[in-house]
Design a binder for this molecule. Structure first.
Ligand code: DQA
Length: 152
């Protein structure tokens, strides 16, 4: 991989995702966030991508991380948890970052409560992937590799 290759991906998790492994296994499986990150790192390696991880339960911290993200990454995978459904401030911060991004949800947000169907990231992200548990992250990284032209 040449040093000029753009292959760095920020994988961001929002509120309550640090509690994976203790949340309803029907929706979220039984893996922890650390286990998820190990799997995502492996998917990334297979695709010649480099990943950096971030999780917070504080909306302002999430926003400030997005402000800094373009200095550290070329693309983003975002699971903003419940903020997905109402935080226009996070949408603005992602728009400001001007990075190609894929939205991921572990659970199938389309078949749960009505309020989970709406996403503030509509029209801003390359794709929204939900209900595929860990495989959703692999799919997101595949889309990003294609978008960045990595592995061509
Ligand atoms: C979630 C779905 C959201 O509706 C929920 O608030 C979460 C997690 C998911 O990964 O399925 O916290 O983003």
């Amino acid at each position: 991989m040449s040093p000029t290759t753009h292959n760095r991906v920020g994988v961001l998790h929002g509120a309550n995702l640090d509690q994976l492994g203790r949340r309803d296994p029907h929706h979220y499986g039984s893996f922890t966030l650390s286990e998820l990150e190990v799997a995502v790192r492996r998917f990334a390696r297979e695709l010649d991508l480099e990943v950096i991880f971030f999780q917070t339960n504080h909306e302002g911290e999430f926003i400030e991380y997005l402000h800094r993200l373009p200095e550290m990454a070329d693309a983003a995978v975002i699971n903003a948890g419940a903020w997905t459904h109402y935080s226009w401030a996070i949408r603005d911060a992602l728009e400001f970052a001007q990075l190609p991004a894929v939205e991921v949800h572990i659970s199938d947000v389309e078949s749960r409560e009505e309020w989970r169907r709406h996403s503030v990231f509509d029209g801003l992200v390359l794709a929204k992937i939900s209900g595929k548990k860990l495989d959703g992250y692999r799919e997101a990284l595949e889309l990003i590799a294609k978008e960045l032209g990595v592995g061509e």
